[in-house]
Design a protein around this ligand. Structure first.
Ligand code: NAP
Length: 259
């Protein structure tokens, strides 16, 4: 049993859909006060309403995590609303699939800004709040794609997700003076709105290649993030955990067919 995160002010970027919504739901169920950040109003409102209906505390701020001013405003709004920031879940990300031959420099820059630069911007913006609180927790949503595996069309995405892990290691050293830890969750294939956009064929092929024979649930990532946010994880920093149902384990097609 983990100690409670009740009352902790928590920012979840990309909390309006998919994995972020799962993190927001899991944290709110544990009593955290959750600030959801996303660009789209409708989904953010729906996520907040769902948490409120379940008896939790949540609000939203419209934010583009790729823009410094927008991220600064998100942190200011969270401090105003909940009195500080204790936990940052930097989760928002995009995964357009484009082969290198067709990828424009602009698309590369856009993916890097939303997925990687955003980690820097969100962490930087939260440091004064962590310093004021005398503690902090940061959980990044990386991926198996990039740090561990490759997939055609995701060179920019994979680079951004591997980049988050590079950022993590030095950030962990710099955040230590604020009694703040930073760790990353590396999801495999999790059933989200974003993943559904990739089509039924993709979803079926992926599920078949996972030893546990199912796509992940958003709560699977929410619970891993919850551990990193807990008091019990206070001595873990600069680390990463794969949450993928064993997807990266099979050495070959035969290996997965054997089980
Ligand atoms: P999703 O269902 O498409 O949801 C993405 C969330 O991020 C939405 O709330 C979206 O809201 C928000 N977002 C996107 N761009 C944003 C921006 N510039 N500023 C603020 N918010 C933004 O995606 P997901 O599948 O849950 O993925 C979430 C994270 O998990 C990503 O970092 C992704 O790389 C990672 N991941 C996912 C999987 C998977 O299998 N699903 C696997 C590995 C890693 P708006 O569009 O309204 O802004």
């Amino acid at each position: 049993m983990l100690s409670s995160i009740a009352g902790k002010s928590t920012i979840v970027t990309g909390g309006s859909k998919g994995i972020g919504r799962g993190i927001a739901t899991v944290f709110a169920a544990q009593g955290a006060k959750v600030m959801i950040a996303a660009r789209g109003k409708e989904a953010a409102e729906a996520a907040v309403a769902e948490i409120a209906e379940a008896g939790g505390t949540a609000a939203y701020t419209l934010c583009d995590v790729a823009e410094w001013e927008s991220v600064e405003a998100l942190v200011a709004a969270t401090r105003d609303r909940f009195g500080g920031v204790d936990i940052l879940c930097a989760n928002a990300g995009v995964f357009p699939q484009t082969k290198l031959i067709e990828m424009s420099p602009g698309e590369w820059d856009g993916v890097m800004a939303t997925n990687l630069k955003s980690s820097f911007l969100c962490v930087k913006a939260c440091i004064p709040a962590f310093e004021a609180a005398g503690q902090g927790r940061v959980i990044l949503t990386s991926s198996i794609t990039g740090p561990v595996t490759g997939f055609p069309g995701w060179a920019h995405y994979g680079a951004s997700k591997a980049g988050q892990l590079g950022f993590l290691k030095t950030a962990a050293m710099e955040l230590a003076r604020y009694n703040t830890t930073i760790n990353a969750v590396m999801p495999g294939n999790i059933y989200t709105e974003g993943l559904q956009d990739l089509g039924e064929d993709y979803l079926e092929t992926m599920a078949a290649s996972i030893p546990l024979k199912r796509l992940g649930r958003v709560e699977d990532i929410g619970h891993a993030a919850l551990f990193f946010a807990s008091a019990e994880a206070a001595y873990i920093t600069g680390q990463q955990i794969v949450v993928d149902g064993g997807q990266i384990l099979p050495e070959s097609l035969e290996a997965i067919e054997e089980i």
